[in-house]
Ligand binder design. Structure first.
Ligand code: AMP
Length: 177
């Protein structure tokens, strides 16, 4: 198991009050990305967690989930699947609507991204209300995929996002606020 100083990780996350709108405290992860050793230790840690689910693919959520998801996929030599905001994917896609902490949205995935019965791990930077990752799980399951685990760097526990994910999906977050 890789070692990481979770307190150091927590301190690196920068609070941006009233972004993108008044009342939201945005958790800025760019200081994690900007620290090569910290970023590597986060990827190593997420990689260890992902491996436990024995996946063949990592599914990353638009857009910060791509940064962590792609690196974990590379580390474990797994396929990488992007779930994107509506209208961005070039090929035939399926969609799922959800409510965000700040607004409504829809996410999409290519119809051939996941094979029936394939095990995947879902990765995003942050679990807030769980609307986004709930919609992402929905897309994966629509294609017959199995979500072995859902991994997040940050969880905003006061928003109870885990309730929006199916009970059979193990949820793991590195730091909680
Ligand atoms: P939710 O669907 O409410 O769980 O929101 C999760 C998604 O929105 C993730 O992709 C996050 O990147 C983003 N997000 C929501 N709330 C915040 C926040 N307070 N700070 C940073 N990102 C957030």
């Amino acid at each position: 198991m890789s070692r990481i100083n979770l307190q150091q990780l927590k301190s690196a996350i920068r609070d941006i009050p009233d972004f993108p709108r008044p009342g939201i405290v945005f958790k800025d992860i760019t200081p994690i990305l900007g620290d090569g050793q910290l970023f590597q230790s986060v990827i190593d840690h997420l990689g260890d967690e992902a491996e436990k689910a024995n996946p063949s693919k990592v599914v990353g959520i638009d857009a910060r989930g791509f940064l962590f998801g792609a690196a974990v996929a590379y580390k474990l030599a797994l396929g990488c699947v992007p779930i994107r905001k509506k209208g961005k994917l070039p090929y035939k896609s399926i969609g799922s609507s959800y409510q965000l902490e700040y607004g409504d949205a829809e996410v999409e995935m290519h119809v051939d991204a996941i094979n029936p019965g394939e095990r995947v791990v879902l990765i995003d930077d942050l679990l807030a209300t769980g609307g986004t990752s709930g919609a992402a799980v929905n897309l994966i399951q629509k294609l017959g995929g199995i979500v072995g685990s859902a991994l997040f760097v940050i969880e905003l526990q006061f928003l109870h996002g885990r309730k929006n994910l199916p009970p059979d999906v193990p949820v793991y977050s590195m730091v909680k606020f």
